[in-house]
Design a protein around this ligand. Structure first.
Ligand SMILES: [Zn+2]
Length: 62
């Protein structure tokens, strides 16, 4: 299992598989929108506003 830590609440987020840089997540603990900014290890950082808009299509696929 791949895990990453939420920068907001330090919640440990389980990732089913290795994400791509730029992949968007929402922390299940604090609902902060997060983006993968690095791999090995996986680092999550806050989404930028422009990328939130671009992520609307991704959220519709869930
Ligand atoms: Zn969080």
């Amino acid at each position: 299992m791949i895990t990453a830590t939420c920068p907001e609440c330090k919640h440990l987020i389980n990732l089913i598989s290795l994400p791509e840089i730029g992949k968007l997540f929402i922390c299940e603990s604090c609902d902060t929108k997060l983006e993968v900014t690095w791999l090995f290890p996986v680092i999550l950082d806050y989404q930028e506003y422009e990328k939130q808009l671009a992520s609307d299509e991704d959220e519709n696929l869930k």
